[in-house]
Design a protein around this ligand. Structure first.
Ligand code: UDP
Length: 195
């Protein structure tokens, strides 16, 4: 296994390319996978937040997005091959989805932002199959509709942008209900893409 224990949680010692291969294998084998990136702020958060800590330890793929984590790993004698930034991985997976025909769903940020991300991605990746998008401000009662919408679309990759730790907790609680094969928390990436 490529998993190392670091600062109280596990991280996969994988390069960007190996990470993408692992995600694709899990999709092929229909093994529902939650992905999380760790950085300095999440390291601090999970000292106090046991639920987040547990989630980090249970996610099937965990990458270090942050040079500080890469340095810490080196100092602790458990080197990581490279930093895998969340936004880079997100865009690589979007590109892969266009090539391989995986469908994707975008959930999070404001309506204006997610709508913009939908059009930016469609323009950049004309053959990309975005089966749905939805803003990240919904009530408990609306949540059921969202889950049914995602579930009915047999989503390959679900990208969730609620910020941390909200997105990690939401994905952990709801992954099986969404039926999505892969789910990744992308934090502020939608805002970045919307410009
Ligand atoms: N957000 C959301 N629903 C919420 C709270 C936040 O959709 O209930 C969105 C917010 O609009 C922004 C993102 O989540 O697009 C948070 O990004 P931030 O940069 O705070 O996340 P980080 O990368 O720091 O985890």
């Amino acid at each position: 296994e490529n998993r190392i224990n670091l600062l109280g949680y596990s991280v996969d010692a994988l390069t960007m390319e190996e990470t993408i291969n692992k995600i694709e294998q899990n999709i092929k084998h229909k093994s529902q996978t939650q992905h999380v990136v760790v950085n300095a702020s999440k390291t601090v958060l999970c000292q106090k937040d046991k639920e987040l800590n547990k989630i980090l330890n249970e996610c099937k793929v965990v990458n270090a997005d942050g040079q500080s984590i890469v340095w810490a790993a080196k100092l602790l004698g458990k080197p990581l091959p490279e930093r895998v930034a969340g936004i880079d991985l997100f865009l690589n997976l979007v590109e892969l989805s266009e090539t391989k025909g995986y469908n994707i769903y975008l959930l999070g940020a404001t309506e204006e932002t997610v709508k913009k991300v939908n059009s930016v991605l469609k323009q950049k990746y004309p053959d990309l199959n975005i089966v749905g998008y939805r803003n990240g401000y919904f009530s408990k009662s609306e949540e059921q509709d969202i889950l049914e919408d995602i579930s009915s679309k047999a989503v390959d990759m679900l990208f969730v942008a609620f910020g941390s730790p909200k997105q990690e907790k939401w994905a952990y609680r709801n992954l099986s209900k969404t039926n999505a094969l892969f789910c990744m928390g992308v934090g502020g990436s939608f805002d970045v893409l919307a410009g």
